[in-house]
Write a protein that binds this ligand. Structure first.
Ligand SMILES: NC(=O)c1ccc[n+]([C@@H]2O[C@H](COP(=O)([O-])OP(=O)(O)OC[C@H]3O[C@@H](n4cnc5c(N)ncnc54)[C@H](OP(=O)(O)O)[C@@H]3O)[C@@H](O)[C@H]2O)c1
Length: 167
């Protein structure tokens, strides 16, 4: 199901720590159809080149405050911008204006999700809840309001939150 969501998105975005700790592929391997464009926040260009999102030959867009490196691989694209207070509205506007990316799936982690939720610039949140309590780890972000619907997925649950944008 998550890979179907990836197929439906124009792009999939993760934070620096998630890219480093999980080394995800962020593609659609388990459903038919296309994969989204991968986007990673790497303000200081500190992520290692051997991560899957950089080394598997598929396109990745790297959002950074640094200049584009010289001699970068052709499948790696760089967007240099300011990571100040208007980061999210600026980024979303550029992604639409210059790349025609309108449906962005943000797959974490907590800091990225929380900062995006705080801006109010999100439409829907999908929270998957498993059976096994995790005693340690990073707490999930806090969503405002209550879920629009709750679906049973076997023993797990999917809670869907909707956010109405201010015009
Ligand atoms: N359960 C799940 O579904 C799930 C999903 C994804 C990840 N995870 C887990 O989450 C953990 C990582 O989460 P995390 O909260 O530590 O890190 P994160 O959200 O993945 O990345 C946060 C880092 O991204 C950079 N960043 C750049 N722009 C940002 C912005 N506008 N807002 C927030 N961060 C920005 C910052 O690093 P700089 O200051 O260096 O720029 C920041 O410290 C991993 O352990 C991963 O396994 C869980």
């Amino acid at each position: 199901m998550v890979h179907r969501w990836r197929m439906e998105a124009d792009a999939i975005l993760v934070g620096t720590n998630t890219a480093l700790m999980d080394d995800p592929q962020l593609d659609n391997r388990l459903y038919y159809g296309k994969s989204p464009l991968r986007i990673v926040l790497d303000r200081k260009l500190q992520l290692p080149n051997n991560l899957k999102i950089f080394s598997d030959g598929q396109p990745t867009l790297i959002i950074t405050e640094q200049d584009k490196p010289i001699n970068s691989a052709s499948h790696l694209h760089y967007l240099s911008m300011n990571f100040g207070e208007t980061f999210w509205p600026d980024l979303l506007a550029i992604l639409w204006r210059d790349y025609k990316l309108g449906v962005i799936l943000v797959e974490g982690g907590q800091k990225v999700l929380s900062s995006l939720i705080d801006t109010g610039l999100w439409d829907e949140a999908r929270v998957l809840i498993g059976q096994k309590p995790l005693a340690v780890g990073i707490p999930s972000p806090i969503l405002p309001g209550s879920p629009e619907k709750t679906l049973k997925l076997g023993l797990d649950e999917l809670k869907v939150y909707q956010h109405v944008q201010r015009s």
